[in-house]
Design a protein around this ligand. Sequence first.
Ligand SMILES: Nc1ncnc2c1ncn2[C@@H]1O[C@H](COP(=O)(O)OP(=O)(O)OP(=O)(O)O)[C@@H](O)[C@H]1O
Ligand SMILES: [Mg+2]
Length: 161
Amino acid sequence: MEKRVILLPDETATVALGAALAVACQQACVIYLYGNIGAGKTTLCRGFLRSLGYAGNVKSPTYTLVELYALTRWTVYHFDLYRLAHTNTEELELISILDYLDHSSLCLIEWPQYGKGILPIMDLSLTLEYQGTIRRAKAEAFNANGKRLLAALSLQQEPYS
Ligand SMILES: Nc1ncnc2c1ncn2[C@@H]1O[C@H](COP(=O)(O)OP(=O)(O)OP(=O)(O)O)[C@@H](O)[C@H]1O
Ligand SMILES: [Mg+2]
């Protein structure tokens, strides 16, 4: 396993981290996004989607469980499983959505701890948290794909370090 810490001094940095991740994707991938309410998970997803050419509004999928974006090369699945903390009635719905994942799927999953046992295994996890007055992302790679993403991120860190 490989780990890296990326400092996020402002919202732009969180957006840029999402964008850098998206650009680095070369195959289907699953990214778990941990962090408290308001830590910046959806903000990062916005940067990810924008850099893949999606210009619209990025809604938080708290009530819908997932938002799907069919883009040119990839289909991005943006999950928010927070609601599963309180009820598991949607678990079957989640399982049926996961059936659609294929080689062109990029999954961003907020609150993955509530989908334990159901979700596909992650390539990379990011934990967004406060570091004094700024924020940071702790990134952890779990396989070769995740390691490759981490390596690409460190190459792209200069512009916002
Ligand atoms: N690095 C940063 N520094 C300061 N503010 C930030 C940073 N990144 C994001 N923000 C701001 O923090 C807020 C984060 O909201 P966001 O919806 O992204 O959080 P979230 O982690 O998805 O929360 P939830 O668990 O409720 O879905 C937004 O107002 C955003 O502008
Ligand atoms: Mg969110």
